[in-house]
Each structure stands twice: as structure tokens, then as C-alpha cells.
Ligand binder design. Structure first.
Ligand SMILES: Cc1cc2nc3c(=O)[nH]c(=O)nc-3n(C[C@H](O)[C@H](O)[C@H](O)COP(=O)(O)OP(=O)(O)OC[C@H]3O[C@@H](n4cnc5c(N)ncnc54)[C@H](O)[C@@H]3O)c2cc1C
Length: 392
């Protein structure tokens, strides 16, 4: 066992863990940041970082972005397409190896965070006084633990939390295209809706390739094979006209997006779950980075506040997540149900009404959130209470 006792151990250097470590480091807390992979490491993800992430972090995302997206093509069933009106940047396209390494550097720059990468956490013990975390060869102790180890993470399982979550599948590919094609995607991204029930497709441009994928938020609607088949049709729609050497698939991978059932516990004693480990993902868009960042910040604040109270009373994490993040995440699930039942409306409304699109863009930029928009819709918004708060 290491002789050092840390204020907090954070498991995982994704956005949730890196941001939590940075916030704790800034508050002068001694933090051990453990990461299974050697950094920088890839992560299955479209790498679309919405402008609201920059707002939450209080930083300009341009230095870590490979493309800045102001223009969105909305496709309907891979048949029709309309381009949305341009505006201020909506999404910064990055690669997760780069983005997460940048966030981790920011944590290390506080001078209070120690990183051990290439270390897989294999055991977690927690009680009212603190935590003990073990890898295959070492052990460390701390006052608090943040499990930010992602959708397939170990910490939630070890704590017996998040066993009932929904897992939404997504498949993505990195496509090396010819220079002319790459340049044509400089500042635009494409989304497809309506092609497969409860599913969506995307084309996200990066500095030297395109990231292309499909995901779905209703696993009951169809089989994995149908999703793969949609992935193939989506790829062909965008790239079949190119010569084979001008559209090479360099990476193809699938993973899941986890959804927290409302009220499911995400803390036990001195251990907290953040980001994907807590199922904090927006069902309607598949956006997880923003929620990972926000939950990492809230976890750090809860720990600092608890320490300042002399570690007396409740560690106020889960309640803050329920109050500050869950209402918008649940409203996003209600929007996802509207898409499940009336997919065409989700294409017609933004493409025909500039006012509607402007509200969508404001949500993406963080100037509004789903809950705020629902409130403004009066009785129509209140009627959305009847829509399910969970996906199936
Ligand atoms: C196909 C796909 C596309 C997506 N596209 C987008 C997108 O464009 N925009 C967006 O906002 N979201 C997207 N998401 C969601 C997003 O990737 C996640 O929500 C986000 O990565 C969650 O961050 P996190 O910090 O919680 O976990 P992660 O980013 O998963 O980080 C977890 C970290 O913990 C480490 N770890 C795991 N187990 C251990 C262990 N036992 N010991 C030590 N370390 C461990 C992992 O190596 C990893 O570094 C996508 C998801 C998928 C599957």
C-alpha cells in the first residue's frame, strides 16, 4: 500500500475523470488519476464536442479542434437533404485521443494531480471513512473516489451500482477520403434521420479523415444486423460515388451509450460515479462529452464542499446531479420518443422553420436547454410530462 493518502482517487482520463481531477487540483486537493491505457489513447466516439462544452469549461475549444462546424445538412431517409442556416460555431470536431490528452494536461498543470497511466483498477473498497483502490500490483488509499471509467467501467460494477441501465448501440468508421472530398467537408457535418426506426447517422469531418457512424436509441426496434445494414447504406449514400481508393475504411468499431434509469443510485459512501459510468448521456443526440464534463465538475464540487464541512453529513453529489442534469437528460429522452413516433416531424420542423432550428442550435450551443425550452412551450410543454422518461 502506498504511504500517501490522497484526497481523491479518480479512475479514468475521459472528460469526466480529467475534468474532475482538474477541478479538485485547482481547489488544492491532492489527486491520484488512474488510467488503464497509456496516454494518449483512442476512444470510440464521434469526437463532436458541442459549443456548450466550451461554455461549461470556460475555455475556447478552437486550439483542440480539427474542424469547426457552423453548417449542418439534415438528410431524410438518405433520400432528401436540406441545409440548415449557418450561424456561430455549433460543434468542434476533434479526436478523443487529442481532446482527452489535452484535458488531462490541464489537470496535471494544476500541480496537485498525479497521473498513473497503464494502470487498470481491479478492486475497490469503500466505507464511511474512505476508499482503497487496487491494481494487480499496487494499492492506494484516499478520502474519496470518483469512478469515471466509462460505459464498460469496473468501479460501478464493484460498487454494485448501475446494473439496470439501458445500453444504446452505435457503430462508427474512420474513412480516409481524397483531398477534394475532405475539403468539401471543411465546416459542415451531416445527420440522417428516419432511415431506420429510432436511429440516426452522422458524418463528422476531422483534420485528415471523416468519422461516419450510425446509432440508435431504441434497442427493441430492430436487431444489431439491421443497424449494421443501415450503417452500410449510410456509408454508400455518402461515398459510393467515389473511387474505392478515395474512400478507404481505416477503422470500424462499435460500442454502447449507457442511460441512467431515473433515480438509480450513483454514489455509495465516499465513492461517486461520473460521466458514462453513471449513464449520463443524452439519448436523443448521443452526446456524452458535455454531461461527462458537467458531472466531473459537480463531483469535484461535492467532494470539496464535504471536506469543508469536516466530512460531516451527506456527500451532496447524487442530489445535485438529479437537480441540475437529470431534468434535461430526461427531457432529451422525451424528444427521442417524439422522434420514435413522428420521425418525419423531426426533419420537417427544423428544416422548414428557421425559428425552430434556431432553438435547436441554441440548445447545442448551451444558450438554452431542453427543460428551458419545454417551459417556454406552455401547456404543450407540460403535456410532454406524459412521454416516457426512459428508453426501451
Ligand atoms: C460510437 C460513439 C460515438 C459517440 N460520439 C459522441 C460525440 O460525437 N459527441 C459526444 O459528446 N459524445 C459522443 N459519444 C459519447 C461519449 O463518447 C461518451 O459519453 C464520453 O466518452 C463519456 O466520457 P467519460 O469520461 O465518462 O468516459 P470515457 O470517455 O469512456 O473514459 C473512461 C476512461 O476510463 C478508463 N478506464 C476504464 N476502465 C478502467 C479501469 N478499470 N482502470 C483504469 N481506467 C479505466 C478508460 O480507458 C477511459 O480512458 C459517443 C459514443 C459512442 C459509443
Amino acid at each position: 500500500m502506498s504511504a500517501v493518502r490522497y484526497d481523491a482517487i479518480v479512475v479514468g482520463t475521459g472528460p469526466a475523470g480529467a475534468v474532475a481531477a482538474e477541478a479538485l487540483g485547482r481547489a488544492g486537493r491532492r489527486v491520484l488519476l488512474l488510467e488503464r491505457e497509456r496516454l494518449p489513447r483512442p476512444k470510440t466516439c464521434g469526437g463532436g464536442v458541442t459549443a456548450k462544452v466550451g461554455l461549461a469549461l470556460g475555455v475556447d475549444l478552437a486550439p483542440v479542434a480539427e474542424r469547426t462546424i457552423a453548417s449542418v445538412e439534415l438528410h431524410w431517409k438518405l433520400e432528401r437533404m436540406r441545409t440548415m442556416p449557418d450561424g456561430p460555431p455549433l460543434v468542434y470536431m476533434t479526436q478523443r485521443s487529442r481532446f482527452d490528452a489535452w484535458l488531462t494536461e490541464r489537470a496535471l498543470a494544476t500541480g496537485s494531480v498525479e497521473l498513473k497511466d497503464g494502470v487498470q483498477v481491479k478492486s475497490v473498497q469503500t466505507d464511511a471513512g474512505g476508499v482503497i483502490v487496487r491494481s494487480a500490483s499496487d494499492a492506494w488509499q484516499a478520502d474519496y473516489l470518483i469512478g469515471a471509467d466509462g460505459a464498460a467501467g469496473f468501479v460501478a460494477r464493484a460498487l454494485g451500482l448501475m446494473q439496470e441501465r439501458h445500453l444504446l448501440p452505435a457503430i462508427e468508421q474512420d474513412i480516409a477520403v481524397d483531398t477534394a472530398t475532405l475539403e468539401s467537408w471543411q465546416t459542415r457535418m451531416a445527420l440522417d434521420i428516419g432511415s431506420l426506426h429510432g436511429s440516426y447517422g452522422w458524418v463528422f469531418p476531422k483534420g485528415d479523415h471523416l468519422n461516419v457512424g450510425v446509432g440508435c436509441f431504441s434497442t427493441r426496434a430492430h436487431s444489431a444486423r439491421q443497424l449494421k445494414d443501415y450503417g452500410r447504406r449510410h456509408f454508400d449514400h455518402h461515398f459510393a460515388h467515389l473511387r474505392p481508393e478515395a474512400r478507404r475504411i481505416v477503422r470500424s468499431v462499435g460500442f454502447v451509450l449507457p442511460l441512467r434509469p431515473p433515480g438509480a443510485p450513483i454514489q455509495r459512501e465516499r465513492a461517486l460515479l461520473a460521466g458514462d459510468a453513471a449513464g449520463l448521456v443524452e439519448a436523443f443526440t448521443g452526446e456524452g462529452i458535455y454531461w461527462a464534463v458537467r458531472s466531473g465538475q459537480i463531483a469535484a464540487q461535492a467532494i470539496v464542499a464535504h471536506q469543508q464541512r469536516g466530512a460531516v453529513g451527506t456527500l451532496d453529489y447524487e442530489r445535485t446531479i438529479d437537480a441540475e442534469l437529470m431534468p434535461a437528460l430526461i427531457d432529451a429522452r422525451r424528444w427521442a420518443h417524439i422522434y420514435l413516433w413522428w420521425p418525419r416531424a423531426c426533419w420537417e420542423l427544423p428544416t422548414r422553420s428557421p425559428r425552430f432550428w434556431s432553438v435547436v442550435a441554441k440548445i447545442v450551443r448551451g444558450e438554452r436547454d431542453y427543460t428551458d425550452v419545454r417551459r417556454r412551450l406552455g401547456w404543450f410543454g407540460r403535456a410532454a410530462d406524459w412521454l416516457p422518461a426512459e428508453m426501451d
